[in-house]
Unconditional design. Structure first.
Lengths: 567, 82
């Protein structure tokens, strides 16, 4: 029997009070995620229980109990408070998946500051726009990443502190830099957790925008209410589980379900901080006896590609429940997991803005391979007619996924961008930007994005951001960026480029531009293919028609081309 | 062969390592060690194809085959010969 039980019963009797009561939260009283993730678990008598099993490349291993998590997160909080960080300040975590990332996140929240995790593979430009927009006060990073911060810090007057968590003294510290050793300082027994309330800001995650620069998605401490319950009911987390969330905390899955929910539930979770290899992943599951595994379609397809034979080398019988997030899970992947693991991956659908899982194939219920599943209790989800933003009265029609606002972890705004926030709502519905259809059983079926955003390997990339960066390359005159199909990553970035006079298309030029974007933005944003063209399709008013290029890549009809410049 | 390995090592060091990173050798795990991610592997593959005028099929360009300078050199050698 799953934690979730019967769908109809849950729908009939649902209230978010269930979560509030389990967490012992009284409306109007303080609620601090950092405290719930560590101090409260210890107060429940689980201080000696393992909170985090961390494994780095080459088998290096560290284990932290909930009491360690409490003491070390207190150390982070004390250090920040002593450094002058105040509630509401933005504190960035720019690190690989090392223990300091997980524990530091909890520590930042304890101070009342806002945690701003950023993907450590970001290049200097991606890092800069996010730190500048958030007016970030402090950043925790590693010596391997500090050079990227050094390149941009002079343009960031608000950035007062650069804390290096693994400083070894080999090179001198520079202006604003300070060493911080979590374990070197030892734990801090007592720290007065800042009394944040339900609507106090907690986490700032950046997400790609269609037409502008990345937007900071602002969450609050009350988000815990839905993150806790969805983890319990959808991921089916139980007290004796060993849980592995493969997502990086630079993205929302890695914080909502890679830090907040499992720690608030007092579950043991493990983290593997190394690059992908099928053998290493299976070995990790076997060694740690992972029971609940939350991963992504790209990773699952990569495992499929590695073949079935390798699986036979490992004992994976500990696996009890599998779930997936980030992009639509194709039916082949679900059927493969049934064949090789004897259990299906359960798709979960949600977004940075939603903070928690909204639609899913629930544990203990039949999985419809290829479907997104059904709405979580307390979530009113529907398919809207794109013309009037009214729900379709009958299932079967393709439209926009709309969610009725009001669940606890819904974003409270885009950082300093009220207009973009307002644009996410129509006719009383939050617009996800995704298209789907509903079937007669209430299951959602993903169709595609409703905008130009590229979902590559579960990460959203803005064509606008890549095009802007391309124009900084000395040879590029114009560019248009679209997605193209990819068997592993679902879609990848492709750029169409015209060159300035004096520059000639070549394979070396293509590679040079690819690496230029990889370093400036990130490997995810790097075009995997560049097609050099003489001209780009434009409207008569000069606007580049990405739609036509996208259709070409996907073998689709280009649609209305009446406004095309040369038609 | 050593020259090939040096070319690969230098390219990886220059393109994928941050300035304060530890240096790599021929056996340093590149993919599983997190130095080159699966997206960046595409640019490394493109470099090898351009430099040695070869085509490495996608089914041969696996994380395992790209996991060290030694392994990449073996792979390149296979196609340069062919």
């Amino acid at each position: 029997m799953s934690n979730f039980g019967n769908y109809e019963d849950r729908i009939k009797n649902f209230s978010w009070l269930i979560s509030e009561q389990e967490l012992g939260y009284q409306p109007g009283q303080p609620i601090n995620i950092g405290w719930y993730c560590s101090d409260r678990v210890c107060q429940q008598g689980k201080g000696d229980k393992t909170a985090l099993i961390w494994e780095g490349f080459g088998g290096e291993k560290k284990v932290y109990s909930y009491n360690d998590l409490r003491l070390y997160s207190n150390a982070f909080a004390r250090f920040l408070t002593d450094s002058g960080i105040k509630a509401g300040d933005r504190v960035c975590l720019f690190m690989d998946r090392i223990p300091e990332l997980y524990i530091g996140f909890v520590g930042i929240l304890k101070t009342g500051a806002i945690a701003q995790p950023l993907f450590s593979a970001f290049g200097e430009d991606s890092l800069f726009v996010r730190l500048e927009n958030a007016q970030t006060t402090a950043i925790f990073t590693q010596k391997k990443h500090v050079s990227k911060v050094r390149k941009i810090k002079d343009k960031l007057p608000h950035l007062k502190h650069i804390f290096i968590v693994d400083y070894d003294g080999k090179n001198p510290l520079q202006d604003r830099e300070k060493a911080f050793s979590m374990e070197g300082l030892g734990g801090v027994e007592d720290y007065d957790v800042y009394p944040t309330y339900a609507e106090s800001p907690s986490v700032l995650h950046y997400t790609s925008g269609t037409t502008g620069m990345p937007k900071g998605v602002q969450h609050v401490h009350y988000s815990l209410i839905s993150q806790y319950l969805t983890a319990k009911w959808v991921l089916d987390l139980r007290d004796d589980d060993i849980y592995w969330c493969t997502a990086d905390p630079g993205w929302v899955t890695g914080t909502s379900y890679g830090i907040i929910a499992p720690f608030a539930l007092g579950v043991t979770q493990c983290v593997l901080d190394s690059g992908f290899s099928a053998e290493a992943w299976y070995r990790f599951i076997e060694k740690n006896k992972v029971t609940v595994w939350y991963s992504a379609p790209t990773a699952i397809r990569s495992l499929m590609k590695a073949g079935d034979e390798i699986i036979k080398k490992f004992d994976l019988s500990s696996l009890r429940h599998l779930a997936s997030v980030g992009e639509p899970l194709n039916p082949e992947a679900v059927n493969w997991s049934i064949r090789v693991f004897n259990k299906p991956f359960h798709d979960t659908y949600w977004q940075t803005e939603t903070g928690c899982i909204l639609i899913t194939n629930f544990p203990g219920m039949p999985v419809k391979p290829g479907s997104m599943g059904r709405a979580f209790p307390g979530i009113t989800a529907t398919v809207l007619n794109p013309n009037n933003h009214e729900p379709y009265p009958q299932p079967g029609r393709i439209g926009l996924i709309g969610i009725k606002p009001g669940w606890p972890s819904m974003m409270r705004g885009y950082w300093k961008n009220e207009e973009a926030y307002k644009n996410k709502f129509r006719n009383g519905w939050y617009l996800t930007g995704d298209r789907a259809r509903l079937d007669g059983d209430g299951y959602f079926w993903f169709v595609g994005r409703d905008d130009d955003i590229i979902n590559t390997g579960g990460h959203l990339v803005s064509p606008f951001e890549v095009e802007s960066a391309l124009l900084e390359h000395l040879a590029v005159a114009e560019s248009a960026v679209v997605s193209k199909p990819d068997p592993i990553n679902m879609e990848v970035v492709k750029a169409f480029v015209t060159l300035k006079p004096g520059h000639t298309p070549s394979k070396d030029m293509e590679l040079d531009i690819m690496n230029f974007i990889r370093k400036k933005l990130s490997p995810l944003a790097m075009p995997q293919e560049i097609e050099f063209v003489d001209t780009l399709p434009k409207t008569r008013s000069g606007k580049i028609m990405r739609r036509i290029l996208h259709a070409k890549e996907w073998g689709e009809e280009a649609g209305d081309t009446s406004t095309l410049e040369n038609e | 062969m050593d020259e090939l390995k040096e070319v690969i090592k230098n390219y990886v060091s220059n393109e994928y390592l941050e300035p304060d990173s530890d240096p790599i050798d021929y056996e340093t795990p590149l993919i599983s060690g997190g130095i080159v991610d699966s997206f960046s592997m595409v640019s490394l593959k493109r470099f090898l194809e351009n430099k040695y005028h070869i085509q490495i099929p996608d089914d041969k360009a696996t994380p395992e085959a790209f996991d060290s300078v030694n392994k990449i050199a073996e792979l390149v050698k296979e196609f340069v010969k062919a």
